[in-house]
Design a protein around this ligand. Structure first.
Ligand SMILES: [Zn+2]
Ligand SMILES: [Zn+2]
Length: 134
């Protein structure tokens, strides 16, 4: 089992039971939005508020421990920071999956046609997942 306490310390983040629980949920479930996290954490911390979750998430995003994935037409989800990747989103069930895509050709293409200085990418591909297309 991963030691989330040490992980948080490594990122210079204060360790609280709530924070450890958030990290644990994200580690086990992959991508979750704030509402999902709130529902999960309520069972462990009946007095936790949505605002507390927001505050904790923001602190961890600020330290680049978590990253926010902005999705078109739905709430942002969060995940533990890892190597850069794109996301597949099922428009039927909302399932989100990581896909290791090399964005360098897109960036190269973009820099040819615009003088815009691009410093970040957020690639979300949507479609129907294998389960839903059955
Ligand atoms: Zn699906
Ligand atoms: Zn991801």
């Amino acid at each position: 089992m991963t030691n989330y306490t040490n992980l948080l310390k490594e990122y210079d983040l204060k360790v609280t039971p709530q924070r450890v629980a958030i990290v644990e949920e994200l580690y086990n479930n992959g991508h979750m939005n704030i509402d999902d996290l709130y529902k999960k954490l309520l069972s462990k911390f009946p007095s936790i508020s949505l605002a507390t979750i927001y505050k904790n998430i923001n602190a961890m995003v600020e330290k680049v421990f978590l990253s926010e994935v902005k999705l078109p037409n739905s709430k942002s989800v969060y995940e533990l920071v890892k190597v850069e990747h794109a996301h597949l989103v099922c428009s039927s069930c909302g399932h989100i999956e990581d896909i290791m895509l090399d964005a360098s050709s897109i960036l190269e293409e973009a820099s040819k046609i615009t003088s815009f200085k691009i410093d970040s990418t957020n690639i979300v591909l949507s479609g129907i997942c294998p389960k839903c297309s059955k």
